[in-house]
Design a protein around this ligand. Sequence first.
Ligand code: PGA
Length: 251
Amino acid sequence: MMDRSARAALDARTVVAPDYDALCDKVAAATSDWIVRHPGSLVCLAAGDTPLPVYHRLVARQQAGKVDLSSVFYAGLDEWVGLGRADRGSCLQVMSDGFYVPAGIPLDRRRVFDGLADPVAECRAMDQWIRARGGIRFTLLGIGLNGHIGFNEPGAPDQDGSIVVDLDDTTRAVSAKYFGATLPVRQGVSVSARSLLRAETVLLMASGAKKAPIVERLRSGAPVREVPAARLLDHPGLRLFLDRDAAGSVS
Ligand code: PGA
């Protein structure tokens, strides 16, 4: 359980937007402002449904001359093992079509996991990419219904660098919404929670009533082995962005 002062500290780092549109506006502004102030830094972006409109807003901000999105480097957060660019719902497809291509990010400014390659070799290559750029400095994350961040599932290895993870039942069930079908995904590759925790700025966003129970468990200090996102709670650079429906009892 979280004591009262820890809860107050978390409240101070929590932003509740009236609705999803307003939430995405706020996260896009925070992300864009950070990028403007940190050229040359490494950014790690999640590929879930929740942040997608944020990426569209970032592209719009670039078109309006407010940010140069190619001034930073990117590391993809995770990928389904066995899926590639041609598979609808792969992280590569979602992020390429939703962000990297419309934003015009050159290939030498981004690295994402290749779900069709050997997962262990992919982890090594990602770790090298991250190390060579001095580590991840900013990350934008979502939270899964099971409390995961990336594919840091409940009980996933707590180690440095990237990890190959057996997906849990919730994640496999949820996966159909991305693919438009049930695909036999069993494993994922992901930047580990420990590597994400090295970032100075961590934005965690959640939207919708379906996320309210996991947000409440997170905010009540659930154990990390049950809610992996709880690892972020002690991070001084954490900001929690919620819309009204995901915020539940948070005022
Ligand atoms: P979602 O995914 O944004 O599609 O809900 C979040 C997650 O599973 O990390």
